[in-house]
Design a protein around this ligand. Structure first.
Ligand SMILES: CC(C)(COP(=O)(O)OP(=O)(O)OC[C@H]1O[C@@H](n2cnc3c(N)ncnc32)[C@H](O)[C@@H]1OP(=O)(O)O)[C@@H](O)C(=O)NCCC(=O)NCCS
Length: 144
């Protein structure tokens, strides 16, 4: 089941999966997590939070209309490859469409480009490096 969760609830999985458990939970916060229009989603298997993503109101480049940035997308190792990440993104896109948002974009790790492509995103930038994390592409999904 997918639910709206708090900025604090995403931090343990962010740290474990995206920062290899190297940071304190506070260091895993992103600027904008607590913006009133930001939201965070979690996929629960029973009581267990298995997959997270955060969505910040943030445009990209010259795209017209309102944009959101997808950030901190991560699935616990034992749940990866079972379709939960795809369900979470699809839920977010349906919600954002209802909010009249025009597009969503993200800085996608190169290893995750196929995941985002499968959910309809397209690559819109050359490869670039985020120091300490690795190669990325900007990816974009038009919602309406
Ligand atoms: C990328 C990630 C969020 C996808 O979530 P998920 O719940 O595993 O995704 P799904 O099961 O819905 O989709 C699986 C697809 O994602 C892709 N994928 C990318 N990395 C993967 C991984 N480590 N394990 C499984 N699938 C992965 C594959 O293309 C796969 O498609 P396929 O089933 O046709 O082979 C998740 O694998 C993850 O947390 N990876 C590590 C952290 C990361 O790279 N996050 C993205 C930051 S931009």
């Amino acid at each position: 089941m997918i639910k709206f969760i708090t900025a604090d609830e995403v931090l343990p999985i962010r740290n474990e999966i995206l920062r290899e458990g190297r940071l304190t939970l506070d260091e895993c916060r992103f600027a904008g997590d607590d913006h009133p229009d930001s939201f965070h989603l979690g996929y629960f298997d029973g009581d267990k939070l298995a997959c997270i993503a955060s969505f910040h109101p943030q445009g990209y480049g010259e795209f017209a209309g309102g944009g959101y940035q997808l950030r901190g997308m991560a699935t616990l190792k034992e749940y990866q490859g079972k379709g939960v990440g795809t369900q979470l993104v699809n839920f977010a896109v349906t919600y954002l469409r209802g909010q009249k948002v025009n597009y969503v974009w993200c800085n996608a790790r190169k290893v995750a480009v196929s995941f985002y492509s499968n959910t309809g995103f397209e690559v819109i930038s050359p490869e670039f490096d985020i120091p300490g994390i690795g190669p990325h592409h900007v990816m974009y999904l038009k919602i309406q």
